[in-house]
Design a protein around this ligand. Structure first.
Ligand code: NDP
Length: 260
């Protein structure tokens, strides 16, 4: 593996993730969407359409690049693109329109920065599969699943789907809380009994699984970004719950059961 511009770009991008995470936690910065939306972030856009536009670049860019390049579309690329599209069809076209946050808005600044974020992640993951000469030297399942590749394929795909189930089930519970009241409530049941944000934990498990399956730098950088985005957000949600509800369960952690 020769380090070219792509590897430097991915490493830099992952470095930005780590720095962002440290800054968000150190200065207790709350990304201003959802419950943390505040005035002063400029023009606002509908929450639902905000989500749609934020996620669209990832849905489109990754598969287009993956198949636009000279690399052969093999079983490995089909699995990676298939999982990615499976996630982003839901996140872009279904999730936003299930939200029950009527008339809620989010700052356009957030939407624009998320479009950039998803565009870069979609570009890196799609480019590596479609164009990068090293892609075929990573896992090439169509050449036969070799025993030394089988472990990360199996673990990765199991984690991906386990994370997706946790994420979707938890988001469904949270969105469902809005059917009985317009106000925020304390979520209960399942993983909510031990952590405040199982939806975020599920998302982190999902993309860590994708990275283990893909074993390529672009997928690893996206897993790092997911953790660096969602760990601070979970900590913010957790302290917000404790501030808002005096009866918030004391033993509940933010993101990692019994730990964080
Ligand atoms: P939240 O948990 O903040 O909110 C999810 C939905 O549930 C929102 O509609 C929210 O309403 C509602 N909700 C949450 N808690 C309650 C409650 N206690 N009572 C009533 N309603 C509630 O999720 P995020 O907005 O942080 O993320 C949404 C999805 O996007 C998640 O699946 C997350 O994993 C994913 N995501 C992925 C990222 C990545 O880097 N891969 C980055 C960010 C998000 P409201 O909006 O009004 O608060």
């Amino acid at each position: 593996m020769n380090w070219d511009w792509f590897y430097y770009l991915v490493a830099g991008w992952a470095g930005v993730a780590v720095i962002t995470c440290i800054v968000l936690i150190a200065f207790n910065i709350r990304s201003p969407y959802g419950r943390h939306t505040t005035e002063g972030w400029g023009k606002m856009i509908s929450n639902k359409w905000g989500w749609f536009f934020m996620e669209l670049p990832a849905l489109l860019i990754m598969p287009i690049l993956a198949y636009a390049g000279p690399n052969k579309a093999d079983l490995t690329s089909m699995i990676l693109v298939g999982l990615w599209v499976f996630h982003y069809v839901f996140r872009t076209l279904i999730f936003p329109f299930r939200l029950r946050t009527k008339n809620k808005k989010m700052p356009i600044t957030i939407v624009v920065s998320a479009i950039f974020f998803n565009g870069v992640n979609g570009f890196l993951n799609g480019y590596f599969i479609g164009f990068h000469p090293d892609f075929e030297s990573f896992i090439a399942l169509n050449k036969g699943v070799e025993p030394n590749h089988l472990w990360h394929f199996t673990i990765g795909i199991c984690m991906f789907f386990l994370g997706m189930i946790i994420n979707r089930k938890s988001d469904k519970t949270l969105i469902g809380l809005r059917s009985s009241s317009k106000e925020y409530q304390i979520p209960r049941g399942g993983l909510f009994n031990i952590i405040s944000c199982p939806n975020h934990l599920g998302e982190i498990i999902e993309w860590t699984g994708f990275a283990i399956l893909a074993m390529n730098p672009a997928a690893v950088s996206f897993a790092i970004w997911t953790f660096c985005n969602l760990a601070p957000r979970s900590l913010n949600h957790h302290s917000w719950y404790k501030e808002k509800f005096s009866n918030y369960p004391k033993k509940r952690k933010a993101l990692i059961p019994y730990v964080l």
